[in-house]
Write a protein that binds this ligand. Structure first.
Ligand code: NAP
Length: 130
């Protein structure tokens, strides 16, 4: 759905074909409806605003969160080295999504990291200040 068009609850809509993509066969309508917001947010931040590219290093905060988990997968698939913050209980989850290095945000200090090309921060507040 193009954000500028509206009418998301209409039964029929006229829209530019370029704004559409086919739902893969293995994906349900519910999954397809839910994915674009989080994935689109992550994609725009990493690649359209952040200009992230293969070979770079990205720090992704809240790697187990809705947007963060999408960012991890997209960055990993693009050949980027991914460092993510998460709680200890989510370490295996974020690793399984493509994170190379996990920082437990409750016990470790991410500000010690060096040579990071881009920081993806869906948290703000204290994390952003740091
Ligand atoms: N979800 C979407 O589709 C979407 C789309 C556009 C924009 N947004 C915006 O993006 C922001 C994030 O949304 P979200 O849906 O991704 O949130 P979320 O899924 O609720 O994120 C929660 C995650 O953040 C982790 N977390 C909390 N404090 C942390 C810290 N200090 N350092 C590292 N990780 C921390 C939590 O870990 P623990 O549970 O272990 O504490 C949890 O895994 C919000 O402002 C939201 O409005 C969301």
């Amino acid at each position: 759905m193009s954000p500028g068009v509206g009418g998301a609850f209409a039964e029929r809509i006229v829209i530019d074909a370029q704004a559409l993509c086919a739902i893969p066969g293995e994906m349900s309508f519910e999954q397809a409806a839910a994915l674009p917001t989080a994935f689109g947010t992550a994609y725009q931040a990493l690649f359209e605003t952040g200009k992230l590219r293969a070979g770079q290093r990205v720090l992704i905060h809240a790697g187990a969160g809705g947007v963060g988990s999408m960012a991890v997968q997209l960055a990993h698939q693009a050949g980027v080295r991914v460092i993510a913050t998460a709680s200890a209980r989510d370490v295996e989850l974020v690793k399984s999504l493509g994170t190379d290095e996990v920082i437990d945000y409750r016990t470790q200090d991410f500000t010690a990291l060096r040579d990071i090309d881009l920081v993806f921060d869906p948290l703000g507040g204290v994390t952003l200040e740091k």
